[in-house]
Design a protein around this ligand. Structure first.
Ligand SMILES: NC(=O)c1ccc[n+]([C@@H]2O[C@H](COP(=O)([O-])OP(=O)(O)OC[C@H]3O[C@@H](n4cnc5c(N)ncnc54)[C@H](OP(=O)(O)O)[C@@H]3O)[C@@H](O)[C@H]2O)c1
Length: 281
């Protein structure tokens, strides 16, 4: 990975932070994306301590806001003529429904729209560095879910984990369509399930929801180091250089649900997302 440019969102915590540290140790030049300055500076300092001489910088954006997704992509594109790896990782579960200034339900905005907008807006930079890779952090939480195209913003019967699972289904459908559209460019797109991991995931919530998740993490979860392994694998392993459109878990190909392999839904999600983001379809 020596000298390769890797962009990683959600790099200030959990599996994103560990993946950034690993890739920096492998010699990559890291462009971190965070949203909080204090947490960002702490992440930079910790990576520099672990990997002396690491080449790093950080950008800040609230990735649930379309204006900030666009601004971040423009800022990165202006500084990086070639991008070798884009890792879309920032994500969260929200127990209460809230709508962003763009009219998006916030899980959909952060977990899906940010992946869609950054990948599209940085596509030319990835093609310029081909062979290049896009890695999308999805989840087995997609199992049992389907997308309701009549209610993508989950206005009806909101339940945090259901909506989260749908956003992770969207990650897999998006990856398939992205891979199809990038065919022949030398840019691959794959996604993954990191396992159930003891990160800060869920801690933005309160009450029983947060307590229950905290309890489960304490007894059943993997370490962030283990959780980051498949991200690093898809970002760097030579044996997956030619793979695209796949879903991986434990650094091996995995089979997502039938709903996640529905090419009609992939195409429709792409078209809806492009319309919502004001990007060409
Ligand atoms: N943990 C699990 O069991 C698990 C399982 C399957 C999939 N995943 C997926 O793994 C990915 C990483 O999660 P994690 O477990 O490492 O959780 P985490 O420790 O909570 O890290 C989430 C990261 O996303 C950032 N983030 C959250 N909201 C943001 C926003 N509005 N704008 C910009 N950045 C934002 C956070 O920034 P701050 O540091 O400022 O909070 C943090 O860096 C997510 O996509 C999640 O869905 C996790």
């Amino acid at each position: 990975m020596k000298g390769k440019v890797c962009i990683i969102t959600g790099a200030t915590s959990g599996i994103g932070f560990v993946a950034a540290e690993r890739l920096a140790a492998m010699g990559a030049r890291l462009v971190l994306v965070g949203r909080d300055k204090a947490r960002g500076e702490a992440a930079l300092a910790q990576i520099r301590r672990q990997v002396p001489g690491a080449e790093l910088r950080i950008h800040y954006a609230d990735l649930s806001r379309l204006a900030e997704m666009n601004h971040l992509a423009a800022e990165i594109a202006a500084l990086e003529p070639r991008i070798d790896v884009l890792i879309n990782n920032a994500g969260a579960v929200f127990n209460e429904r809230r709508v962003t200034e763009d009219g998006f339900e916030r899980t959909f905005a952060l977990n899906h729209m940010a992946y869609f907008v950054l990948s599209n807006r940085l596509k030319e930079r990835l093609i310029a560095a081909a062979p290049a890779r896009i890695v999308n952090v999805a989840s087995d939480a997609h199992r049992g879910q389907t997308l309701d195209f009549g209610d993508l913003q989950s206005a009806h019967g909101y339940r945090g984990f259901t909506v989260y699972g749908r956003s992770k289904l969207a990650n897999i459908l998006f990856t398939r369509e992205l891979a199809r559209r990038l065919a022949g460019t030398g840019v691959s797109a794959n996604c993954l399930h990191p396992g159930f991991v003891a990160t800060r995931f869920g801690e933005n919530n309160s009450g029983l929801f947060r307590l229950g998740l905290g309890f489960a993490k304490r007894f059943f979860a993997l370490s962030p180091e283990k959780g980051a392994q498949t991200i690093v694998y898809l970002a760097s392993a030579p044996e997956v250089a030619q793979r695209t459109g796949g879903y991986f878990a434990q650094s091996r190909p995995a089979t997502p649900t039938a709903a996640a392999q529905d090419d009609g839904a992939s195409r429709r999600l792409w078209e809806e997302s492009a319309r919502l983001a004001n990007l060409p379809g």
